[in-house]
Design a protein around this ligand. Sequence first.
Ligand code: NDP
Length: 343
Amino acid sequence: LPPGRRLGVAVVGLGTLALENIIPAFGEARYVRLAALVSGKPDKAHTVAAQYGVPAGSVYGYGDFDRIKNDPSVDIVYIVLPNSLHAEYTVRAARAGKHVLCEKPMAATVAEAEQMVAACRDAGRQLMIAYRLQYDPAHRTLIEIARSRRHGSIRMIEAINAQNDAPNGQWRQIKAMAGGGSLPDVGLYCLNAFRYITGEEPIEVTGRLTQPKDDPRFREIEDIANFTLRFPSGIFAVGTSGYSFHESRVLRVHAETGTIGLDPAFGYDNLALDIGRQEGKATAQEVRRFTPHSQFAREMDAFAASLHARQRPRTPGEEGLQDMRIMAAIYRSAAQNGAPVGL
Ligand code: NDP
């Protein structure tokens, strides 16, 4: 457990995720506290500040954000803005001498992600990408069991993550702000899981996309992304994301003598592990549940613990950058009708 005081966090961007999930999670967190708010809407920010005991002097706008440099109550800047703004605020936060926790996807482009890694390195600050599932005990247990070879070696992994996006013209439907459609938003969870379950980096990917012509949601971005990854050990992974249906329950690791799955797999709570062990022609089923907890509290606490220990976080900028590179390769494949692209 990290010694010393709770680290102060400035939350940047008071949208749905920040207000509904991140800010309430401070009540459950042990090593961090909410120290400052950054928003383009001062009225909203001051209301939230009063509600959570943040001093009025620690409410910033985007224009005067750089003043945060002189705010000793802030150790970590947590960026919860639309994807295309992650790079700018990561660079500004690092230059202000703060550590950065940035929401996924890391950025809208590979070049931005590279710039973020470089800026934090140059400033001597840590950068963590908020891959909440890598801090969830259900996913940690899945990784442990899958890699233990208790059920033989992993052969194939499948995952589906999709959410029904409303036709609201929000930034998620604007390619320049989102970086893409369902792939970087929700398909990323499948892709990231394939990497942390195998512990390997893919050597080849394919990608196929759908983009329904008459649906206003998909003027600029894909609806469904279907992608495959080949890993050096021979493991094959198939992921699907979508923006026109809902599915967050499918993550299945097929090993030689058993299937280890999560159902639900990608949600915020109640994730359950499901192990099907082959016994002759029968399958023995085992289900494991976990104590309820906030993934957001855990991920923030984990960052604080790594800062106290002067270690890199489990999901540093390089982790996000690698996913950005793989997604770019998936898009390259899709642009060539699904032809394999080497990495
Ligand atoms: P929202 O649109 O609900 O919130 C984004 C906030 O960013 C806005 O409320 C606004 O806050 C601020 N903002 C600043 N400039 C702009 C702009 N030009 N257009 C729109 N908003 C702007 O998005 P979400 O909360 O859903 O997502 C934010 C980030 O979190 C994204 O990167 C997303 O991928 C990620 N996310 C991660 C999840 C997870 O499970 N880890 C789940 C959901 C989202 P203000 O009014 O205060 O200025």
